[in-house]
Design a protein around this ligand. Sequence first.
Ligand code: FAD
Length: 408
Amino acid sequence: MTSNNHSPRIVIIGANFAGLSAASKLANNLNVIVIDSKTHFQWTPNIHEILSDVKKADGVRICLHTVFDKLGHTFINGEVSKLSPSSQTITLNDGCKLQYDILLIASGHTRENYGVLGATEYAFGFRSSEEVETIKTRLLALLSESDKPVHLNIVGAGYTGIEVAGEILRKYPNNEQLKINVIDRSQRLLPLLPEKLASDIQMELNAHKVNLLLEHDIQQIAQESIYFADKTLLPSDITIWTAGTSLPEYLKNTSLSSTHNGIIVKSTLQTPKYENIFVAGDAASLDQPMAKQASIAMDMGEHAAININALCTGLSLTEVRIGPKPVLFTLGDINTYFVYQDLVLASPALSAAKEAVYQLYMAKLTAMLPLEQKVSGLFSRLISTEKLILAEILKCRPREILTRSKLI
Ligand SMILES: Cc1cc2nc3c(=O)[nH]c(=O)nc-3n(C[C@H](O)[C@H](O)[C@H](O)COP(=O)(O)OP(=O)(O)OC[C@H]3O[C@@H](n4cnc5c(N)ncnc54)[C@H](O)[C@@H]3O)c2cc1C
């Protein structure tokens, strides 16, 4: 496939937060091709709630074929295996080659196993609704099979690992059969967030009998055990890997400069070496480091689209300006935290804010879908909100909400 002479071919790799935001800002009379190895957009900030049945997988997914039909762009469901910037060519897994005039890399980060033996084979990932559903089913099967203890180990004490632990506690409160460990090689949990928050969450996890194994270096994961560098071992019926991320394989050996954080870009989101290659979202590494967050990825995607339009029409490109964004994350139904730089607010009532963000963005993203899909999507999402509200009413815990609400 090659581009025609009249309209530059714009190829976007990745159709989640950054890629979809960019594509939706590019006019349908442009020659836009979007490639993603997945068939659905995934709202990752809430996928942990599938574990507790608060959300169904359908409530956090949107079919990409339908979205791009509506946007008037071509969608290819395929995996990019190679990028050759000098020949402006990308190669898909099936061998198909595609040329671009302008490229937007929005393929995010993927799971990084840090060379731990057996991690790919024996540890579940936690980056898609499909992976979360598999974990949910396996856990339910193990708990109902016998009365034997079920050892569940979460590798990684960043906010994904903590949200996973919280969601399991929401689903199985006070379950003596379940033995949960959160393991990390760092000295404290949530290393990227304020220490006072980490202390509060550590206290909650201890109170709920979740064992924290910090400064523990995993060497190998086997089917039923985890082996540490100090030769000790831990039984493990389910190991969940949330420990780290890195650029997808196809970006690891290109002529694009990168750091562990992503591909180095200028403030226009172009790579320094190739002016026709833009990078947005988790895949981008700006001078001013930015958190790997969905809202930041969306802002970058939109800005990349503005600059791609400018490049196509001969206008000047502008610098991206994105300030720090707040983070909202939940520890199941125990507490929800709002973090903005050094400000940390905790309250179970804040879960309503996280739910509202999810509802608003999903409504915005599905606004372009055909009516029947819009209605069925809205219906399945509202069920999750209803479940959260109903659960709070049934628990009838106004005093608990008050005592847990605090400025940390
Ligand atoms: C479990 C979890 C919870 C999170 N919670 C929050 C939260 O509460 N708040 C928040 O702000 N952020 C959260 N994040 C982070 C947020 O999801 C990311 O910052 C955001 O997804 C980045 O968007 P992106 O578009 O850059 O990349 P992604 O969303 O990762 O999208 C990349 C896309 O590229 C595709 N792709 C990758 N490689 C290829 C390839 N070779 N070929 C074709 N397609 C490819 C992928 O299939 C994917 O669709 C969470 C992340 C996870 C995993």
